[in-house]
Ligand binder design. Structure first.
Ligand code: NAP
Length: 293
C-alpha cells in the first residue's frame, strides 16, 4: 500500500520551477525548503544527514547545473550536480524507502538530426551535449537504485520567477531585447515545446498523489521553433518589433543543441493526467499573470 505523503523536501525551491512547486505543494503538504546554504546537493554526507534528521515522505529535486555551454566547459561539475548528487539522493531515498522526484530534460534526446516526430518515453535517449549526458546519467542512477521514482522530462521552461541558473527566461529576454533594440533575430531551425512552470508544477503534484512511478514527459501541447515562440510572445503582447528568422549557424555556441527535442506526454496521457495546455495558451496565461497583458 502507498504510504501517505505528509512532508515533502523540495530542493531548489527558489528556482523557476521550484517557486511554483513551493506554491502548489504548500497548499496541501508540509514543506521543507532549505536554501542552498543549508542543503547543497553536492555535499553528499550533509545531504544524507539533513534527510535522515528531517524525515520527509518524498523528495523533489529541481537543482541542476543547466547552463548548457557552461556544462561543456566544466564537465566535472555537470556530473557532480546532475549525476552524482542525484545518485546520493537516490541512495538515501532507498535507505528511508521514500520516493524521489527528479527533474530531467528534453535534452537527453537530439542526436537523431532527422527526427520530425515527438519523442515518447520508450524512445532511446541520445544526447548531443554534456548537459544532456549528465542529466541522462542521473536518470540511470535513479532507475538503477530505486523502484519508487518519478523522472520528469520537461522542456523550454518559462515561469514567473525566471531561471536563476540562466538569469531569466526566453520570454523576458525577448521582450527586453525588443524594447531595447526594436529588432531581434531568432533561430528557426530548433524545435521544442515551451512549457509554463506553473502548469508543470500542478502536473507534478497530481502525479505524486499516485503510485504510478516511472519516467514522464511533461510539456505543453504542440511544438514550435524558437522563432515561432518569439513571434507569439510579440503578437500576444502587441509588441512592435522586427523578428527575423535565422539559422542556428548565426549563433555559434560551445555546446550543440538538438534541432528537434519535442516530447509527447504519452505516459501521462495513458494514466489520465495530461492536463497540460497548448503552449500558446499557457504563454498567454503566463503573460497575464506576469502583467504583460
Ligand atoms: N530552464 C529550462 O528551460 C529547463 C528545460 C528542461 C529541463 N530543465 C530542468 O528543470 C529543472 C529546474 O529548472 P529551473 O529553470 O527551475 O532552474 P533554476 O531556476 O536555475 O533553479 C534551480 C534551483 O536549484 C538550485 N541549485 C543549484 N545548484 C544547487 C546545489 N548544488 N544544491 C542545492 N540547490 C542547488 C538553485 O539555487 P541557486 O540559484 O541559489 O544556485 C535554484 O534554486 C532543472 O533540473 C533543469 O535541468 C530546465
Amino acid at each position: 500500500m502507498m504510504k501517505e505523503i505528509k512532508k515533502i523536501l523540495l530542493i531548489g525551491a527558489d528556482g523557476q520551477l521550484g517557486s511554483d512547486l513551493k506554491k502548489v505543494i504548500g497548499e496541501s503538504y508540509e514543506l521543507l525548503c532549505p536554501l542552498i546554504e543549508e542543503l547543497d546537493v553536492t555535499q553528499f554526507d550533509k545531504v544524507k544527514e539533513y534527510i535522515r534528521q528531517n524525515r520527509p515522505d518524498l523528495i523533489i529535486n529541481t537543482a541542476a547545473f543547466h547552463q548548457t555551454d557552461e556544462c561543456e566547459k566544466d564537465s566535472p561539475r555537470s556530473f557532480l550536480v546532475n549525476t552524482f548528487a542525484v545518485k546520493n539522493l537516490a541512495d538515501v531515498c532507498k535507505e528511508l524507502d521514500i520516493p524521489l522526484v527528479n527533474i530531467s530534460t528534453d535534452y537527453i534526446f537530439g542526436l537523431d538530426g532527422e527526427r520530425k516526430t515527438p519523442y515518447i518515453e520508450q524512445d532511446l535517449p541520445a544526447p548531443v551535449n554534456i548537459y544532456g549526458i549528465s542529466k541522462l546519467s542521473g536518470e540511470y542512477c535513479i532507475r538503477y537504485t530505486l523502484k519508487k521514482y518519478f523522472i520528469i522530462r520537461p522542456a523550454a521552461l518559462f515561469g514567473i520567477a525566471g531561471a536563476r541558473g540562466k538569469g531569466g527566461n526566453f520570454v523576458e529576454t525577448m521582450l527586453k531585447l525588443a524594447k531595447e533594440r526594436g529588432k531581434v533575430k531568432v533561430k528557426n531551425d530548433e524545435f521544442t515545446t515551451p512549457t509554463y512552470t506553473k502548469e508543470l508544477a500542478e502536473s507534478i503534484v497530481r502525479l505524486i498523489k499516485t503510485d504510478k512511478y516511472g519516467v514522464y514527459h511533461i510539456t505543453s501541447q504542440g511544438e514550435c521553433s524558437w522563432h515561432e515562440f518569439a513571434q507569439k510572445i510579440f503578437e500576444l503582447t502587441n509588441t512592435k518589433v522586427s523578428c527575423q528568422p535565422v539559422s542556428s549557424d548565426e549563433f555559434p555556441t560551445i555546446a550543440k543543441r538538438p534541432c528537434y527535442s519535442v516530447l509527447d506526454n504519452k505516459h501521462l496521457r495513458e494514466i489520465g493526467l495530461d492536463k497540460m495546455s497548448y503552449w500558446g495558451d499557457a504563454l498567454k496565461k503566463y503573460l497575464k499573470e506576469k502583467g504583460h497583458i
